[in-house]
Design a protein around this ligand. Structure first.
Ligand code: NAD
Length: 363
């Protein structure tokens, strides 16, 4: 039976970069026998324009039926002034919540060829390969009560609640332990257990679970120290697991170690490894429609889909090594271009990756 992939290009550069990942899927079908069917739907601003909703019912239905979802990006200045519940970004939050996508995987990988793009010295970041696992559906972004109230003095006060249940912590920790076991077998749990009760429980649950994964070496860091260590010596990490708020910040920090937002993929998984795969970057309205966006983050998101939802780890590696090969051959979109390399547009980069994949198939 074929697997079904929902394709949600979204806004801005979304359709341009997703088209290149779809090209790669076409190559995997023809040359490697990948058995998948694709169906496209709208999300974000384009969906608001067409239906009034950032996540139309038909899109959610398709996403529920699909085995995996590939998303481009949502948002843009055109929709920045409409009321908040109908903004494109709400479509993204809604689909994550509706599908129970609690585990956000953000690899930060720096291909040696791009080490010069990092703000850090090449010897600190070259060949970096770390994975941040962020809890995505709990914590302070969802905790109740929340709001803004006016005190008796007339002054306003805003409040949010950082709450984690043991089951939520155990679920994300198990995912992180399992991922670490398949990589470098080192897991660092990040919290603020010296100050926050929710972090105290977090540390307790992670520590208890560690005995079920004796092959994984566990360590704990406070979030402030983790931020420092990420910039000081990032290669000390293999997998990092943390809550929603800390993960949001640390994963962007880790992303920037690589220097190029156009290279960073992500996955958001549910309990049965169904996932939504998308580049870390946004809709890049400043370059949309010009054919210059880097499609590699989306193509690498597809590789994550092959590995985590479609159970095709060898094809995932093929795609990742095809990306490595085009970089080694000097292909660069504008965001990663340096003198002496070969500047190409979105389509040419997609073509180069499928070309490298095809060559790989015949040898
Ligand atoms: P952005 O990531 O879209 O762009 C930041 C900078 O990176 C821009 O200069 C852009 O040109 C560049 N960039 C991004 N992707 C690139 C690519 N593939 N190739 C080359 N350069 C690339 O962030 P922003 O400008 O803060 O946000 C723009 C819109 O995207 C906003 O509406 C925002 O809400 C939305 N957004 C969506 C998502 C998402 O869909 N997951 C994530 C972040 C932001």
């Amino acid at each position: 039976m074929s697997a079904k992939i929902a394709i949600l290009p979204g806004d801005g550069v979304g359709p341009e970069i997703v088209a290149e990942a779809v090209k790669v899927i076409g190559c995997l079908r023809e040359d490697y026998g990948l058995n998948v069917e694709l169906e496209e739907a709208q999300i974000g601003g384009v969906a608001v324009d067409a239906t009034g909703e950032p996540l139309p019912e038909a899109t959610l239905r398709l996403a529920r039926q699909a085995d995996a979802i590939l998303l481009g990006a949502v948002g843009g200045p055109k929709w920045d002034t409409i009321e908040r519940p109908r903004r494109p970004e709400q479509g993204l939050l809604a689909i994550r919540a509706a599908l129970g996508l609690f585990g956000n995987l953000r690899p930060a990988i720096l291909y040696a060829e791009l080490a010069g793009a990092s703000a850090l010295r090449p010897e600190i970041v070259a060949d970096l390969d770390i994975l941040i696992v962020r809890e995505l559906t709990g914590g302070i972004y969802f905790g109740e009560p929340r709001g803004v109230r006016t005190l008796e003095t007339g002054e306003r006060e805003a409040y949010n609640t950082l709450v984690y249940r043991e089951s939520e912590i155990a679920r994300i920790a198990r995912l992180a332990f399992a991922l670490a076991a398949k990589r470098g077998a080192r897991l660092c749990s990040v919290d603020k257990a010296n100050v926050l009760e929710s972090s105290g429980l977090w540390r307790e649950v992670v520590t208890r679970l560690a005995s079920e994964y004796p092959q994984v070496e566990i360590s704990h860091l406070y979030v402030d120290n983790a931020a420092m260590q990420l910039v000081r010596a990032p290669k000390q990490f293999d997998v990092i697991v943390t809550g929603n708020l800390f993960g949001d910040i640390l994963s962007d920090c880790a992303a920037m170690l690589t220097g190029s937002i156009g290279m960073l993929p992500s996955a958001s998984l549910d309990e049965r490894a169904k996932g939504l795969y998308e580049p870390v970057h946004g809709s890049a309205p400043d370059i949309a429609g010009r054919g210059v966006a880097n499609p590699l983050a989306t193509i690498l998101s597809l590789a994550m889909m092959l590995r985590y939802s479609l159970n095709q780890p060898q094809l995932a590696e093929r795609v990742e090594s095809a990306v490595g090969r085009v970089l080694a051959e000097g292909y660069r979109t504008a965001d990663i271009y340096t003198t002496g390399t070969r500047r190409v547009g979105t389509r040419e980069m997609g073509d180069a990756v499928t070309g490298a994949l095809r060559t790989g198939a015949s040898c």
